[in-house]
Design a protein around this ligand. Structure first.
Ligand code: NAG
Ligand code: NAG
Length: 510
């Protein structure tokens, strides 16, 4: 080929010109396609944020990355599903331990993690429930639960829990890692522990957003919320004491950003691990879904079943949901004829929902297994929460069941969970905006659109929000922050990927 070129070039000088032109065009082409590649890559959302870009690039090209400086959520990585060569002794401090169906989000998160973190020696330091049934609501043969009396304010008694901790820390081997759920360990004590991680499930900065929403929705006769100045003081207080904790786990991308930018915690001490739900419990089951619809009496020709679950209180947005439904039933005859609403949970709003007529069925609170089945009866799951802080588990549970989700456009929800138009719908916390989202879902109902969103929701949840994925990420963080120099088993757990991640792959599906 090259020889032929030389011959041709020698044959005619005009041919040489043509050749040069060809090379020029070739170079031009290479440049354009490069910029095209760059353009395509950068139209993907993660290019907007410099930090996220570097981690995404690392994930795509398998360049080793230091996990401690990973900007985006650890959920995007694929960790090995098999137990690591090192077995950890972990201390988990949590204010309360789940008791039956009424456990709050924080406790359920603790329990999910506790059950999923198998293969490690896990000690839980928590308060004893004030009831006759003192047995914790879930057991693990290798787990140890250490109970103490709560303080008058309902907190973990620091000196009692600490005594129990030291008893365990000095028998056999010392703890590799100490994990505090929120302020279960007060910052005064946390300060001296280097191998400590704390996870935040709602920070004061976010509650200011919630307060703004509440103030806007407040009826004239209602009392104003706590003074904004007090709230700002609370944020300042948090900014002062948060650095006492060595490592921080943010449960959404937004909180990760706030911890770095507003709370001024160094990047390498802030790690984003979004919550997961138990994928073995929450999964699609069309048969159970149909059975539940029959049991509760959903008419066979119902065009769309909307579901809600959780505490039916003002804070969770039930006033705006109530108004949105009432108005839509009045204004839109097809909505009124075709839509059924199933409400699982209890609280002051359960009676009011019953007032909306036969379209709305209030089922009361459901046990976890029953709740898992309940999601399967739905065409769309709505959580109208007015709390900007934290991330409600019900979103993850519904997504794992393959149900499109509708949620308030808060930074955590919209930024980490619900991609509008892909896995569900988001709305601003106003009646008008919520009505708009409900109308959009109603338009999509019965078409392929809604089902496609449900499938996308399940795919996304299986990839990112399983208990297995969450536990693998926590485990890796614990391995990383507890390792000593030199490395005990030659693995540097702060690096990703390890050979062990690549070999076994997966960890991303249930
Ligand atoms: C705890 O339970 C005991 C006995 O059942 C009761 O006397 C006491 O008032 C309870 N304490 C709280 C804080 O509820
Ligand atoms: C637990 O015990 C180890 C070994 O004696 C010690 O180095 C460590 O400081 C103890 N942890 C805490 C939080 O006191």
């Amino acid at each position: 080929m090259a020889k032929k070129h030389v011959v041709a070039a020698a044959a005619s000088s005009s041919f040489v010109h043509l050749h040069r032109l060809c090379y020029f065009l070739l170079a031009l082409y290479a440049l354009t396609s490069l910029s095209l590649i760059y353009f395509t890559w950068c139209s993907v959302p993660h290019c907007a944020d410099g930090v996220a870009t570097s981690s995404a690039a690392a994930i795509h090209y398998n360049r080793p990355i230091n996990l401690l400086s990973l900007g985006s959520a650890w959920n995007h990585l694929r960790f090995s599903a098999s137990p690591p060569p090192r077995r950890l002794k972990i201390a988990l401090f949590v204010k309360k331990w789940p008791q039956g169906a009424l456990a709050g989000g924080l406790e359920r998160h603790a329990m999910t993690l506790y059950l999923a973190l198998r293969g490690h020696e896990l000690h839980v330091f928590t308060t004893s429930p004030n009831s006759s049934s003192a047995a914790p609501g879930g057991t693990r043969d290798d787990g140890n639960i250490h109970l103490s009396r709560p303080t008058a304010a309902g907190n973990l008694d620091q000196s009692q829990a600490w005594e129990q901790f030291h008893a365990q820390n000095s028998t056999g081997r010392a703890f590799d890692v100490v994990y505090s759920k929120s302020v279960a360990i007060f910052h005064g004590r946390a300060r001296r522990i280097p191998n400590l991680a704390v996870s935040w499930h709602g920070i004061a900065y976010e509650t200011i957003h919630s307060d703004i929403v509440h103030e806007l929705l407040r009826a004239k006769a209602e009392a104003r919320q706590a003074m904004l100045a007090e709230k700002v003081a609370r944020v300042v207080e948090e900014v002062r004491f948060f650095p006492s904790y060595s490592h921080h786990i943010a449960t959404s991308d937004h909180v990760g950003d706030v911890l770095k930018r507003v709370y001024m915690i160094p990047d390498e001490r802030v790690h984003v691990i979004i919550n997961g739900a138990d994928e073995k419990v929450f999964k699609p089951d069309a048969t159970r879904g149909r059975e539940i619809k029959m049991e509760v009496g959903v008419p066979e020709d119902a065009g769309m079943v909307i579901g809600m679950a959780g505490r039916l209180v003002k804070d969770k947005g039930h006033p705006i949901m109530f108004d949105a439904l009432r108005q839509l039933f009045e204004e839109d005859e097809s909505f009124q004829r075709g839509v059924v609403v199933l409400v699982a949970g209890d609280g002051p709003w359960s009676d009011r929902y019953s007032d909306l007529g036969p379209n709305v069925m209030v089922l009361g609170p459901l046990e976890r297994e029953r709740l898992a089945e309940f999601y399967n009866a739905l065409d769309v799951f709505v959580n109208p929460t007015l709390r900007a802080q934290g991330l409600d588990n019900t979103f993850l549970e519904a997504m794992l069941a393959g149900v499109p989700v509708m949620g308030t456009r808060f930074a955590s929800v919209a930024g980490s969970l619900i991609k509008d138009g892909e896995v569900g719908y988001t709305f601003s916390p106003t009646v008008a905006s919520l009505k708009g989202a409900l109308r959009r879902a109603w338009e999509d109902a019965g078409r392929r659109e809604l089902r496609k969103r449900g499938e996308a929701a399940r795919t996304r949840a299986l990839e990112l929000f399983t208990a297995t994925k969450m536990a693998a990420a926590y485990e890796r963080l614990f391995l990383c922050i507890s390792q000593t120099q030199p490395k005990e088993d030659k693995n540097d757990y702060c690096m990703y990927p390890l050979r062990w991640d690549e070999q076994r792959g997966g960890g991303s599906s249930g």
